[in-house]
Design a binder for this molecule. Structure first.
Ligand code: SAM
Length: 313
């Protein structure tokens, strides 16, 4: 295994809870939408019989390299490097059944992405301002912050980071870029630290801005909305969808989607109701809002993780 895939480790979050709640059938077909370093995939495979199938997806080249080595001899396993929003086409091409018995989505970045300074995700490590999960994508964080105007910077930092000082940060980025372009994670982190009122935040002041830029660069919100919608078309009856989120913006989207599809609006009795309009498509099964103490101690990055599970009806 190359140094890129072997040096950095990822401790899977909600490992037992997520796999137990997928309710795995030995001969079922499952999709792990976020392979990372295969922690969840490995556990799914351990529950499948000879006829079971696992399709794992990730857009990261290093995740692909890892998957192709780790499970190369397992005929039940297939890895596809792709955006998970494309799940419908992928499932149609790669399964005989045209549908699946379970979908797992473990959102956000993997520890190897965060820990490798050259990927540019972390404000704690100096590296190029990159932040692309898919290294073949053109747009990097540096390109984006050099070419965006004040309003675009401000709106991303505010909406995706819930950052109170979004306007100040956006203004400072524009100002700095006109004299010397911001190229590294440390330059951006220091700029934010300088304008942040001292003692106002327990977290590093750059936390929210880095999160916001990462979400924007990787189109994370649209990807999430699309896969949730698409899951309804490919989940077999009683098939489960398990989603692990790491911040409230993601969790709100999943919560709303599950609620809307398990309790569709009842229309007024004098309005003609289109066929099937108000028939629920999902049943909410489980929500876990906190990892266990032991898991938190083992992996402090799991601090904000939440897990939601629904079943197709
Ligand atoms: C938290 S990690 C998953 C860790 C994994 N469950 C494990 O146990 O190793 C999230 C992974 O999802 C991938 N990812 C995030 N959004 C994606 C998307 N829209 N399409 C494909 N992969 C995505 C990231 O590249 C990252 O490797």
């Amino acid at each position: 295994m190359s140094s890129t895939t072997s040096t950095f480790f990822h401790s899977p979050v909600f490992l037992n809870e997520s796999i137990d709640n997928l309710g795995i059938k030995e001969d079922g077909v499952y999709v792990d939408c976020t392979y990372g370093r295969g922690g969840h995939s490995k556990k799914i495979l351990s529950k499948l019989g000879d006829k079971g199938r696992l399709l794992s997806l990730d857009k990261d080249l290093e995740a692909e390299e890892h998957a192709k080595k780790a499970f190369i001899n397992d005929k039940r396993f297939k890895f596809i490097r792709a955006n998970f929003s494309k799940i419908n086409e992928i499932v149609e091409k790669n399964t005989y059944t045209g549908g699946v018995d379970g979908i797992l989505i473990d959102l956000g970045v993997s520890s190897p992405q965060l820990d490798n300074a050259s990927r540019g995700f972390s404000f704690l490590k100096n590296g190029p301002l990159d932040m692309r999960m898919d290294q073949t994508q053109k747009l990097t964080a540096e390109d984006w912050i050099s070419n965006s105007d004040y309003n675009e910077l401000k709106s991303v930092i505010k909406n995706y980071g819930d950052e109170k000082y979004a306007s100040k940060i956006a203004r400072k980025i524009i100002e700095k870029n006109t004299t010397k372009k911001i190229r590294s994670t440390s330059e951006l982190q220091i700029l934010i630290e300088e304008i942040y009122p001292k003692g106002k935040s327990k977290k590093n002041p750059a936390t929210k801005t880095f999160q916001a830029i990462r979400i924007h660069i990787n189109d994370e919100i649209n990807e999430l909305k699309k896969i949730l919608e698409n899951s309804l078309n490919i989940l077999h009856k009683e098939g489960r969808i398990v989603v692990i989120t790491f911040h409230s913006l993601e969790d709100r989207i999943v919560k709303k989607f599950f609620k809307e599809n398990s309790n569709p609006l009842r229309l007024l009795s004098n309005v003609p109701i289109p066929k099937d309009y108000d028939r629920p498509k999902l049943k909410e099964l489980v929500t876990i809002k906190k990892v266990t103490e032991q898991e938190y101690e083992k992996n402090p990055r799991s601090r904000s993780a939440k897990l939601r599970v629904a079943e197709r009806i």
